[in-house]
Ligand binder design. Structure first.
Ligand code: C2E
Ligand code: CA
Ligand code: CA
Ligand code: CA
Length: 279
């Protein structure tokens, strides 16, 4: 029946309703977007909480659709995950991040760490580690300047496989962080055995800092846990000076959020960098 739908465009058949059709069209558009290179990376600065120095940036993908303008990742990453297109998109992101890094190095800019979001499916690919090493090698960048962001559920899914991959990545010098930390379910015992570098405090805790006492208690616990395990903390979603102040005084290492800068396209990011003065 499915074959028929595709060949004869039988839109009224019960298993191809309007929703399915919309998804199918979106999948097609995503494939074309890959082909036509319509994806772009934006960069959001990360600063040292104490000195205010710029130390890195998170790369965030956008889809520059000629028809609909700039589309945020929340509107296409889930479908890309479902359809498997995320593997090609994820490859593109890694290659593009390495190329940007290499270009900035050639321009003689002081080195930054680029944080890159990985998707579960991408990380689970059997050849993910080899492929990443290859990509980094080809661009000539230092793996220590690439920070791979994983989520708790990705880490906890297949612990032996995860441990193996993380150890291989660590041996090659890549850095690794846990994104949205505190929102998932990590086994603290396994966390202890993974060679991770950073815990990223989820922005929901930062947002509720002054509304919910528990939020600050959770932030304090994450900072204490990171310290005990020899890891650093990055707070994301920092939007106000009071949030920055309290995160700083509670010992958070790195800050990221609209207060410092929004995610910016390359040219604007480089201009921002040039005029930025640590407060
Ligand atoms: P995330 O990794 O948790 O990224 C942080 C999100 O918070 C970004 O949304 C960023 O623009 C936004 N943000 C940054 N500072 C602030 C702030 O001060 N206040 C508020 N309210 N928001 C802030 P964005 O760019 O729409 O990305 C959404 C999600 O899409 C990301 O969440 C990540 O899970 C995913 N994503 C983005 N780029 C990639 C990618 O290259 N690959 C994969 N697999 N996923 C990606
Ligand atoms: Ca992230
Ligand atoms: Ca996050
Ligand atoms: Ca998130």
């Amino acid at each position: 029946a499915k074959e028929n739908d595709r060949n004869n465009c039988q839109f009224y058949s019960p298993d191809l309703n309007a929703r399915n059709l919309e998804r199918l069209q979106m999948e097609l558009r995503l494939r074309q977007a890959l082909e036509n290179q319509e994806f772009v990376l934006f960069f959001q600065p990360q600063i040292d909480a104490r000195s205010g120095q710029l130390i890195g940036a998170e790369t965030l993908i956008r889809w520059q659709d000629p028809l609909h303008g700039l589309i945020p990742p929340g509107r296409f990453i889930p479908l890309a995950e479902e359809t498997g297109l995320i593997q090609a998109i994820g490859d593109w992101v890694l290659t593009a991040a390495c190329e940007h890094q290499a270009r900035w190095e050639r321009l003689g800019l002081p080195p930054l760490t680029l944080a890159v979001n990985l998707s579960a499916r991408q990380f689970r690919q059997p050849n993910f580690v080899e492929h990443l090493i290859d990509t980094a090698d080809r661009s000539g960048i230092d793996p220590a300047r690439l920070e791979l962001e994983l989520t708790e559920s990705m880490l906890m899914k297949d612990i032996p496989q995860t441990t193996g991959k993380l150890q291989q990545l660590k041996a090659r010098g890549f850095r690794m962080s846990v994104d949205d930390f505190g929102t998932g379910f990590s086994s603290l015992n396994y966390l202890r055995h993974f060679p991770l570098d950073v815990l990223k405090i989820d922005q929901s805790f930062v947002r509720e800092l002054f509304e919910d006492e528990a939020a600050l208690a959770i932030i304090d616990s994450i900072i204490a846990l990171a310290r005990a395990l020899g890891m650093r903390t990055v707070a994301e979603g920092v939007e106000t000076a009071p949030q920055r102040q309290i995160l700083q005084s509670h010992g958070c290492d790195t800050l990221q959020g609209y207060l410092i800068a929004k995610p910016l396209p390359e040219a604007e990011f480089l201009a921002w960098r040039q005029s930025y003065q640590p407060a």
